[in-house]
Write a protein that binds this ligand. Structure first.
Ligand code: AMP
Length: 281
C-alpha cells in the first residue's frame, strides 16, 4: 500500500494506472474506519483493478459550531486496517494543499442539499460536493463507492456526477450495523456508555415505522407521531428531524405508496447521528 500526501503524486499514480488500462476504484472517507467503511473497500476490491482510499476530515463540510475539532481521528489504526485489505494507495491530502489561501470555488447541488440534514447543516453538502469534486479530479476514479447510511449524500453525489458529466460510476453499499441495530459511524466513538445504549432507539424507531408500513399502516402522520413518541422516551436523545420521503427527490410524501425513504437525524448527548431505512409499500 502506497501512502500519498502530495496532490500531484496522487494524480500521477492514477494516470500511470490508467495508462496500463487499469480500472480505479475510489473510497473517500474521513477516517476512524469501521466495518461500514471496510464494506466499501471490499466492494472496491471486487470491482476494480486498483483501489484508492482517501482519509481527509474536510473542514469545509463542518459548520462553525460543529464537531470538526472533536471528530475522531485514528490514523495509525486506519492504516493497519487498510494494510490487511491490501489496497493500492492511501491518499492523505493536507487541508492547506486542498484549500490554499486564495481558495474561493464551490460546487453545489441545489435543492437536494437544502432538505433533511441541509436544514440544520446549511453549508454541509456544499462542503461535501466541493471536496468530492476536487478528490475526483485528483484521483480520477472510474468507480466511486458510497454507503447508503449517508443516503442524502449518496443521492446528491449521484446528481453531482450526472449534472457535471463526470465519467464516474457511483456504487452504493448497504448500511453496516452493530449487533443491536445501531448504524456504524465514526461518531459512535464519541458516545459514552449510557448514550451508546440510548442510541439504539433510532434504529428501533425506523424498524417500527417500516413494520407498520409493511403491515398496512397508510397514515404518514400517525407513523411519524409514533416514531417521535418512541424517540422522545429516551431523555438523552433529541430529535433533529424525521422524514418519510421520496427516495429520489427527498420530498416529504403525503401518501404511503411505492418505494419510500424513512430517515432521521438526532442528537444523542451532543453527538449528531443519522440513519435511514427503505421500505416498499
Ligand atoms: P465518512 O468517513 O463518515 O465520511 O464515511 C465515508 C463513507 O463510508 C461514506 O460513503 C459513508 O456513507 C460510508 N459509511 C459510513 N458508515 C457506514 C455504514 N455504517 N455502513 C455503510 N457505509 C458507511
Amino acid at each position: 500500500m502506497r501512502t500519498i500526501k502530495d496532490l500531484k503524486e496522487m494524480r500521477a499514480f492514477s494516470e500511470r494506472a490508467k495508462n496500463h488500462g487499469k480500472k480505479i476504484g475510489f473510497v473517500p472517507t474521513m477516517g476512524s474506519l469501521h466495518e461500514g467503511h471496510l464494506s466499501l473497500v471490499a466492494a472496491a476490491k471486487r470491482k476494480s483493478d486498483i483501489v484508492v482510499v482517501s482519509i481527509f476530515v474536510n473542514p469545509m463540510q463542518f459548520g462553525p459550531n460543529e464537531d470538526f475539532k472533536h471528530y475522531p481521528r485514528h490514523l495509525r489504526h486506519d492504516i493497519n486496517l487498510l494494510k490487511n485489505f491490501e489496497i493500492d494507495a492511501l491518499f492523505l491530502p493536507e487541508a492547506n494543499k486542498l484549500y490554499p489561501d486564495k481558495f474561493a470555488a464551490a460546487v453545489e447541488v441545489g435543492e437536494l442539499s437544502k432538505k433533511m440534514c441541509g436544514k440544520s447543516r446549511p453549508a454541509h453538502f456544499r462542503g461535501v460536493t466541493t471536496v468530492l469534486t476536487k478528490l475526483f479530479n485528483i484521483v480520477v476514479p472510474d468507480l466511486a463507492f458510497f454507503g447508503e447510511k449517508d443516503y442524502q449524500q449518496l443521492i446528491i453525489v449521484r446528481r453531482l456526477v450526472q449534472d457535471l458529466n463526470l465519467p464516474i460510476e457511483i456504487i452504493s453499499q448497504p448500511t453496516v450495523r452493530d449487533f443491536d441495530g445501531l448504524a456504524l459511524s465514526s461518531r459512535n466513538k464519541l458516545l459514552n456508555v449510557k448514550e451508546r445504549r440510548s442510541a439504539t432507539i433510532l434504529h428501533k424507531a425506523l424498524s417500527m415505522a417500516k413494520t407498520e408500513i409493511e403491515t398496512g399502516e397508510r397514515d404518514v402522520n400517525k407513523i411519524l407521531f409514533r416514531m417521535r413518541s418512541l424517540i422522545g422516551s429516551e431523555p438523552t436523545v433529541r430529535l433533529d428531524y424525521i422524514v418519510i420521503a421520496h427516495p429520489e427527490t427527498l420530498e416529504d410524501v403525503k401518501a404511503i405508496k411505492g418505494k419510500l425513504l424513512i430517515a432521521l437525524a438526532a442528537y444523542v448527548g451532543t453527538t449528531r447521528l443519522i440513519d435511514n431505512l427503505m421500505v416498499d409499500a
